[in-house]
Design a protein around this ligand. Structure first.
Ligand code: CP
Ligand code: NVA
Length: 298
């Protein structure tokens, strides 16, 4: 049987997304990985993703094998295709954090087990699933609204896709050149989603259920940090911006946060912040996704 993969949230249909979320919310253990392994390859550092995915595999009864950035050697030691073919001999799933999204596509094409995107330059689907779980815990998905403030990053793209598939409206406030591309807007709208773009953070956040942001520069973009900082200064999420959002708005952040840059301590540590339950949901999202990909259906 051809394996299913999760490289971006819309690799799932809407009913399948609902199934994955239902499995994620079921915290009883389904040991579908008993005696099986998962290869976790990281080309970049990770705090949450490594731990949540390792523990998800453990909770499913499997054995995670972490592969360090210097051990991966994709397209250096051997091709991405040969890495995937090799790991498919030993593991029930290949999970990878890569610089170049097309590496994941090549591994999915060549291997014979599910490939899970643990973050690429384009997408971070497990983060988006955790974000949906966090919104679900706060009352549901359909008809809710999220404001994305700052760089329209890999995390933003996956959240916009996930939102479109869940009836959540998205507003984006970003400096010119750092917002969603035409292709991003088309993708969200093709999925039936609503996405509006402005350069005014206050306008973007007014009345939304959640305000969220990400680092002003992502892993691999460190050389751009000095040039980006002045462009993003007006897009910091601070207490004044949260007041614009209104008393009902929660604050979300995928983390790691660059405190004092895209978000202030006051907001991150304040009463509206849901970032720690959101981080906890990374485990549930990973467990639900792996269980679903390995054949468990609710
Ligand atoms: N949110 C997230 O993916 O965090 P890490 O980069 O620490 O894994
Ligand atoms: N956009 C960030 C997210 C980190 C979880 C990055 O890619 O570095």
């Amino acid at each position: 049987m051809t394996p299913r993969h999760l490289l971006e949230v819309d690799d799932l249909t809407r009913p399948e997304l609902a199934e994955v979320l239902a499995l994620a919310q079921d915290h009883s253990l389904h040991r579908v990985m008993e005696g099986r392994g998962a290869a976790l390859l990281f080309e970049k550092p990770s705090g949450r993703t490594r731990h949540s995915t390792e523990m998800a595999v453990v909770q499913l009864g499997g054995h995670p094998v972490y592969v360090r950035p210097d051990e991966v050697g994709i397209d250096e030691r051997e091709t991405a295709e040969d890495v995937a073919r090799t790991l498919s001999q030993f593991h029930a799933a290949i999970c990878a954090r890569v610089f170049d999204h097309t590496v994941l596509e090549r591994m999915a094409q060549a291997g014979s087990v599910p490939v899970v995107n643990l973050l690429s330059d384009r997408a971070h689907p497990l983060q988006a699933l955790a974000d949906l779980l966090t919104l679900l815990e706060a009352g549901g998905l359909d008809g809710r609204s999220v404001a994305w403030v700052g760089d329209f990053s890999n995390v933003a793209r996956s959240l916009a896709v996930a939102a479109a598939m869940s009836g959540i409206g998205v507003t984006v406030a970003a400096p010119a050149g750092y917002g969603p591309s035409d292709a991003d807007l088309l993708r969200v709208r093709d999925l039936g989603g609503s996405i509006e773009v402005t350069d005014d953070p206050a306008a973007a956040v007014r009345g939304v259920d959640a305000v969220t942001t990400d680092a002003w520069y992502s892993m691999g973009q460190e050389a751009e940090a000095a040039a980006r900082r002045p462009r993003f200064e007006p897009y910091r999420v601070d207490a004044a911006l949260m007041r614009e959002a209104g008393p009902g708005a929660m604050f979300l952040h995928c983390l790691p946060a660059h405190r004092g840059e895209e978000v202030t301590d006051e907001v991150l540590d304040g009463p509206a912040s849901r970032v720690w339950p959101q981080a906890a949901n990374r485990l549930h999202a990973a467990r639900g996704t792996l269980a679903w990909l390995l054949g468990l259906r609710p």
